[in-house]
Write a new protein. Structure first.
Length: 463
């Protein structure tokens, strides 16, 4: 799977040339987790929106809580899907509950018990699970999935953190680790994850089944491992957090450009991992990278939801204290003198964040940083990002030559035509740019990108 330099490091065509390779799509509808929970005919639009919002906010928490409770991956996902289907049936009649997450988790646990009874699971296990199905004050399940930020569950005793580390057990192949974590934490469909990895859906389905089977067969414990076992999982854990944030920062499909609940979760998990590994520089580098991007999140879309590329953003609205704090984190990481890919990506992001005007950006330094990043991640997406930096440093013709050199390795990658279109526009070849903008529009995943690309195309063809 290709990784690149984070979400939105360039002033290029889609603001996030340099995202990781898609990492799934927008899950802003109730059946995005293959729940078969499409709104029933006649369901109110407000209720449908509430279920969609609950899916985005609660899926990962509900599934993580059920896995911790029942110890069964498939049962947790299927029962969570049942709960969302039940919400679509009952919320129009009874109203949206005050705490959707608690309602969904309680309902999912009951559906899990029903499934276990039908499967004639051992009486002892059923009694144990039934005894805990309704625990929690006021009917809220154990773990309080709707607990506000800052509560005790926000620290290291966290079901989602345990889920992340369980998915990233070294007995699983790296790509299986990442795919399973994304599936479980975000509710992305198998098809969406397959697109992220550039593999057929059937291949990804088999990969996910094998990963869950290996967890069962090897009796992999559902926990954050002891300190001695943390390093062997660090690379996969950081990769998942990075992709989780990236999908939130630039959704690969859907109505909106962003999924804020995923960026928040990525930031939260990144901070928890730095607490687990206080002496390691790469978690600090990743946290700095994500905070640098998040510091300008408010300027990335216009009032009507159109993508605003980096060079057009109002830098006066960037969160300067957050940028300063992220740079300080990066400096702490760099003092360890073990620069890795996340630290290098954070250094690239910092070059953009500290420039008070687009023309103040140190593009030659960014090119050099990409050269270092390629030593760690010699992927075609990183080379594409470097090509954009070369264009900004040495002119669009130089950048286009670099794009052409990597294009054969990125067939089907949606940001390739957008990159070409932007560089051709800068070079003054408007006819060729228009052709590429049309191709980029056909490949664009979300409406914010499509609006931006359509505007650029109109600017080239209206005269």
């Amino acid at each position: 799977m290709t990784q690149a330099n984070g979400a939105g490091d360039h002033a290029g065509p889609a603001d996030h040339v340099g995202q990781a390779n898609g990492a799934g799509a927008h899950a802003g509808h109730a059946n995005s987790a293959e729940t078969n929970a499409a709104p029933a005919e006649g369901a109110g639009a407000d209720v449908g929106a509430a279920v969609a919002a609950a899916f985005r906010d609660e899926w990962g928490r509900v599934v993580a809580t059920l896995i911790a409770w029942a110890g069964d991956w498939d049962l947790a996902e299927e029962s969570a899907a049942d709960a969302f289907a039940a919400a679509l049936e009952t919320w129009p009649r009874d109203g949206v509950p005050d705490r959707p997450g608690a309602w969904l988790t309680t309902t999912a646990r009951r559906r899990a018990l029903d499934r276990l009874r039908r499967a004639k699971t051992g009486d002892a296990k059923l009694r144990l699970l039934a005894a805990t199905a309704g625990e929690g004050s006021g009917g809220s399940p154990v773990g309080r999935p709707d607990e506000p930020p800052g509560g005790p569950r926000e620290r290291l005793d966290d079901d989602r953190l345990r889920l992340l580390y369980t998915c990233c057990h070294p007995a699983l192949a790296f790509e299986a680790q990442v795919a399973l974590a994304l599936r479980t934490l975000t509710g992305l469909t198998t098809a969406e994850i397959a697109r992220a990895f550039l593999v057929p859906e059937a291949t990804m389905a088999k990969r996910l089944v094998r990963a869950k089977g290996k967890i069962r067969a090897a009796a992999i414990p559902y926990r954050v491992p002891p300190p001695a076992e943390l390093p062997e999982r660090t690379n996969a854990v950081l990769g998942v957090v990075y992709l989780l944030f990236n999908e939130g920062y630039g959704a690969t499909s859907g109505d909106g450009l962003t999924r804020p609940e995923l960026t928040r979760e990525g930031l939260r998990l990144a901070a928890l991992v730095t607490e687990l590994l206080p002496g390691e520089p790469e978690p600090l580098g990743l946290l700095a990278l994500l905070r640098l991007h998040d510091a300008r999140a408010a300027t990335r879309t216009s009032m009507d939801g159109e993508l605003v590329p980096l060079e057009e953003q109002d830098r006066g609205r960037w969160d300067r204290p957050a940028i300063a704090g992220a740079v300080a984190l990066l400096q702490r990481a760099l003092t360890r003198e073990r620069p890795g890919p996340y630290q290098l990506q954070a250094m690239i992001a910092a070059c953009h964040a500290v420039a008070t005007r687009p023309e103040d950006t140190d593009w030659p330094r960014i090119v050099r940083l990409y050269d270092q990043l390629l030593e760690h991640q010699p992927t075609p997406v990183v080379r594409l990002n470097r090509a954009v930096a070369v264009a900004m440093a040495d002119g669009p013709a130089a950048g286009l030559a670099q794009v052409d050199a990597v294009a054969a390795e990125l067939v089907g990658y949606p940001l390739l035509p957008a990159t070409r279109a932007d560089l051709l526009r800068r070079a003054g070849d408007h006819a060729a740019a228009a052709t590429q903008y049309r191709a980029a529009l056909a490949a664009a995943g979300n409406d914010g990108e499509r609006r931006y690309l359509a505007r650029r195309l109109a600017e080239l063809t209206s005269g």
